[in-house]
Design a protein around this ligand. Sequence first.
Ligand code: TYM
Length: 335
Amino acid sequence: KTRILTGITTSGTPHLGNYVGAIRPALASAGATDVENFYFLADLHSLIKAQDPAKTQRSTLEIAATWLACGLDPDKAWFYRQSDIPEITELTWLLTCVAGKGILNRAHAYKAAVDKNRAEGEDDDAGITAGLFMYPVLMAADIVLFNAHKVPVGRDQIQHIEMARDFGQRFNHVYGKDHFVLPEAVIDEQVATLPGLDGRKMSKSYDNTIPLFAPRGELKKLIAGIVTDSRAPGEPKDTEGSALFQLYQAFASKEETAAFAQAFADGIGWGDAKQRLFERIDAEIAPLREKYEALMAKPAEIEAILRDGAARLRALHATPALVRLREAVGLRDLS
Ligand code: TYM
């Protein structure tokens, strides 16, 4: 069976970028007989940025409810919280000891933090934690522990998947066997990077997100705030580089997208274009939003689902995998 695995960091409220970049493509394969799906909440990763315990817990609940509302069936897929699987943390150390430091130096997130320090005249590593630096190793452990073949992600995560391949391969090489499958990123080409309200990549760190389950009124208001140029109604508009157009495309069929492009060429006013975008997104999201709200009213049920998923996954996969890996590197058998 092909194993498909993906995770979302529990550092905020899920947004449209998470939905089109990861949740929707990852759930598209659910239920097929020839695949096994793994969906998880990356709460250990969240500690790198979010060091507010209440927020981490709130976000974990929201992201769990989001997966379930979007159609994840915990009886047909593995659904768990990263920190409930201590084997992931243990494997992180085994991988750390084969991972090249030079490769980690090149990680985009780390490099961006260094560049920012330089621009501000600070020491290169000022304020940067070892957690940020090690982020890709923890992520590699998430993936290779379960020998995932495919990892549906947004474009920003491709480098991390390549690093997971690199670390997995190095481990295989050092310990002389195919201990790990080397994973591949799966990118939905049509929506490689969803833009946010200001036209940059939609991201919690840019504060330009549209929450996936914003109430209707708020969704409409946020969409009204998407940046556009100042062309008047009647003037032809460019689809190229238009955040509004890209957002529409991520939620529409080919035919609808072509019709929207035609409307741009015909000089649709920005107000009308925003109304059409709002209607298209809301049509897809409204039924999910209802389920989400119902789930958020029952946090104990969500918690039980997560614990059950992790307990079964540990027993069946994670614990036996670590027995094999510990033996492979020459550590004591704990079983
Ligand atoms: P995170 O939490 O930043 O984002 C979750 C997923 O959403 C995608 N995404 C986007 N896709 C398109 N357009 C956007 N604007 C956009 N913003 C976010 C991300 O690419 C991602 O697929 N490191 C990961 C979490 C993680 C993980 C893993 C993923 C931890 N371990 C193992 C896969 C496999 C992250 O922080 O994603």
